[in-house]
Design a protein around this ligand. Structure first.
Ligand SMILES: *Cc1c(COP(=O)(O)O)cnc(C)c1O
Ligand code: SF4
Length: 532
C-alpha cells in the first residue's frame, strides 16, 4: 500500500464508523447520562437507598410516602432550632414533601434554597404590615366556589386544594393543603356551568392546589367538560407537579393531555437546583406532547434574590425549552414575611437580565395587586410612584393599588453565594452604576451614599436640595418664595459639550409653585397633536 491508498482506507473507515455510531446530542438535558451510562438520576436521601427503582419512580409511591413530621424530617436533614420550632407550631400551614424533592436538599446546609421553600421556620408565624389572609381578594372575585373571574376574558379555575408538596410562601395558604376545603365534582360542575353561560371567557387557567395531583380520570373529565364549551379557546394548567414529582409526567398522562389542545402549561421553578435530569425528561415529554411550557417564579429572600441565581435559572429553563413567563413580587400573604424583598431587588434582577441574556430568557416582573387588581408589570407606565416604602401602581383598568415594602430585608450574602463568586464575566459591560454587583437595591443618581438603609434617600434629599429641583408640580414644602434654578444654555460643567442654543421663544418663567402649563396663546399639547 502506498501513502495515498492508506489515506483513502482510513477515510473510508472513518466514514463507516460515523455512519454506524448514532449521533448523540450531548447538549440535550433530557438525554444526559449518568456515570453508569444510564439516564442520569438525582441524589436520594440515605433512608430511601434500598427502595427499588420501580417504586421510587412511581408517582403514587412518592405521594404516599411524603414526609411531614419532625421526627421523620430529622432523619433526613440536620434541623436547626428554628426549623424545629416551625415544624412544631400547632397552626402551621401544611408540611408535606415528596421523598424525591426533599432528597435534593443538602442535609447540612440550613440555607439550602430548596429547603427554605418547604421546611417551615418559626418566624413564618410573625405578622407584618399589610399582611392579609386573601391578599389578592380571590374570594371576593369568585362567582362560584373556586372560580376566580377577575379579568374580562379569562378565569382561574381552582379544581383542588391539594398539592404534591407545599410551599411556605403559598399565596393561597388560606385554603391550600386543607382537605376539608377541597373542591369536588359538585364544585367542578358548578364552575363548568358558570363557564357555559359566560361566553366572554376564552381562556381558562386550571390551578389550585395542583390539578395534576387529581386522579387522572377526574382531571380528564374536567378537561373534557371545558373542551365541550365552544367559546373556550385555550386551556392552561398551572402546576408545580413537574417540580415536586416529575415521575407524574408519564407517557399515559401526555397522551391524555394532547387530546385537549390547544393546551398550555406553566410550571413553577424558583432556583436552578430544582432543574434535575428527572425534570428535564418530564418537561421533554410535555413539549413533545405539544404543550408550550412556561415558568412562573416568585422572588424570595434567601432563595433567589440574586441576579446571578436568576440568570442561571433562566438559562437552565430555556435549555429545557421552558419560557420564563412571570417573576412575581412576593405577595403580602400570611407566612411570607421573611421571604419578602424590596421591589428594587426585582428591578435589579431585571436590569441584570435585559441585554445581558437572550430575550427569550427574560420573564415579566409583576406585582399581583394587593386587594385584587390582577398582575401589574413593574414598568414605568404602570408605576405611579415609588417612595422608600410604598410602591403605587395602576392596573389595566386604572385601579390603583399600593404595595408596602418590607420594613426589614436581609441582604443577599454575595460572599457565601457560589453563583455570585462564579459569575460569568462581561468585559466592558458592567451595567448601570454597578447595579449588577448585586449589592444595590435602588437606582439612585450617581454620588449617593453606599449605605442602603431605608430612608436614606430622604436624608440625602434634605442634605442637598440642589440635586432635587422638583419639576414644578405643586408647591414644595419649605420652598415657597425660593427662586427656581434656571438651567442656562452654554457649556455643561465638566462635559466639554455645548448645549444647543435655545430655538424660537425663550422658555417661559414660572413662579414658585406654579405648574408649567401653557398660558394664553401658547401652543398646547393637543394643538401639537393636531399639527402632527
Ligand atoms: C394569574 C391570573 C390569571 C391569568 O393571568 P395572565 O396574566 O393572563 O397570565 C387569570 N385570572 C386570575 C384570577 C389570575 O390570578
Ligand atoms: S404548589 Fe402552588 S398552590 Fe401548591 S403550595 Fe406551592 S404555591 Fe401553593
Amino acid at each position: 500500500m502506498d501513502a495515498q491508498e492508506i489515506q483513502t482506507a482510513v477515510a473510508r473507515q472513518a466514514a463507516v464508523a460515523a455512519e454506524a455510531a448514532p449521533f448523540v446530542n450531548q447538549r440535550d438535558p433530557a438525554r444526559v447520562l449518568g456515570l453508569d451510562g444510564r439516564p442520569a438520576v438525582s441524589r436520594r436521601a440515605p433512608i430511601w437507598q434500598d427502595v427499588p427503582d420501580e417504586k421510587w419512580n412511581d408517582w403514587r409511591w412518592q405521594l404516599s410516602n411524603r414526609v411531614n413530621d419532625l421526627e421523620e424530617i430529622e432523619q433526613i436533614l440536620e434541623l436547626t432550632d428554628e426549623e424545629r420550632a416551625g415544624l412544631a407550631a400547632p397552626d402551621k400551614f401544611r408540611v408535606d414533601i415528596t421523598p424525591y424533592f426533599i432528597s435534593l436538599i443538602d442535609p447540612k446546609n440550613p440555607d439550602d434554597p430548596i429547603r427554605r421553600q418547604v421546611i417551615p421556620l418559626g418566624r413564618e408565624q410573625a405578622a407584618f404590615t399589610g399582611m392579609m389572609e386573601d391578599s389578592l381578594a380571590e374570594d371576593r372575585h369568585s362567582p362560584v366556589p373556586g372560580l376566580v373571574h377577575r379579568y374580562p376574558d379569562r378565569v382561574l379555575m381552582l379544581v383542588t386544594t391539594q398539592c404534591a408538596s407545599y410551599c411556605r410562601y403559598c399565596t393561597r395558604s388560606r385554603i391550600v393543603g386543607d382537605p376539608t376545603l377541597n373542591f369536588n365534582r359538585k364544585e367542578h360542575e358548578a364552575q363548568l356551568d358558570y363557564l357555559r353561560r359566560t361566553p366572554q371567557v376564552r381562556d381558562v387557567l386550571i390551578s389550585g392546589g395542583d390539578g395534576l395531583t387529581l386522579a387522572p380520570k377526574l382531571f380528564e373529565s374536567i378537561l373534557r367538560g371545558l373542551r365541550e364549551i365552544p367559546h373556550i379557546e385555550i386551556i392552561r394548567i398551572g402546576s408545580r407537579v413537574p417540580v415536586f414529582l416529575p415521575q407524574r409526567i408519564d407517557d399515559q398522562l401526555c397522551e391524555m393531555l394532547q387530546q385537549y389542545h390547544p393546551l398550555w402549561i406553566n410550571l413553577h421553578f424558583n432556583h436552578p437546583n430544582e432543574i434535575t435530569p428527572e425534570v428535564s425528561r418530564a418537561v421533554d415529554k410535555l413539549t413533545r406532547a405539544g404543550l408550550p411550557v412556561g415558568n412562573q417564579s416568585v422572588l424570595l429572600a434567601g432563595v433567589n434574590d440574586c441576579v446571578h441565581i436568576q440568570r442561571s435559572l433562566v438559562h437552565k429553563l430555556v435549555e429545557n425549552r421552558i419560557r420564563p413567563y412571570y417573576l412575581y413580587q412576593c405577595d403580602l400573604v400570611e407566612g411570607s414575611g421573611h421571604f419578602r424583598t424590596p421591589v428594587g431587588k426585582g428591578l435589579e434582577i431585571m436590569e441584570g437580565l435585559r441585554g445581558h441574556t437572550s430575550g427569550y430568557a427574560i420573564p415579566t416582573y409583576v406585582i399581583d395587586a394587593p386587594g385584587g387588581g390582577g398582575k401589574i408589570p413593574v414598568m414605568p407606565n404602570y408605576l405611579i410612584s415609588y417612595s422608600d416604602h410604598k410602591v403605587v401602581l395602576r392596573n389595566y383598568e386604572g385601579y390603583i393599588t399600593t404595595y408596602e415594602e418590607p420594613p426589614t430585608y436581609q441582604q443577599h450574602d454575595r460572599a457565601a453565594c457560589s453563583y455570585c463568586q462564579n459569575e460569568r464575566s462581561e468585559p466592558g459591560q458592567s451595567g448601570v452604576l454597578g447595579l449588577l454587583e448585586g449589592e444595590r437595591m435602588w437606582i439612585e443618581p450617581k454620588g449617593f451614599s453606599e449605605i442602603h438603609t431605608r430612608g436614606n434617600t430622604e436624608a440625602h434629599r434634605l442634605q442637598d436640595p440642589a440635586k432635587w429641583i422638583p419639576f414644578g408640580v405643586g408647591a414644595i414644602e419649605g420652598s415657597a418664595g425660593a427662586p427656581l434654578r434656571v438651567i442656562e444654555s452654554g457649556p455643561v460643567a465638566g462635559s466639554g459639550e455645548e448645549r444647543p442654543a435655545p430655538t424660537g421663544e425663550p422658555a417661559p418663567a414660572y413662579g414658585p409653585g406654579e405648574e408649567p402649563r401653557p398660558r394664553e396663546g401658547e401652543p398646547t399639547a393637543s394643538a401639537h397633536g393636531e399639527l402632527l
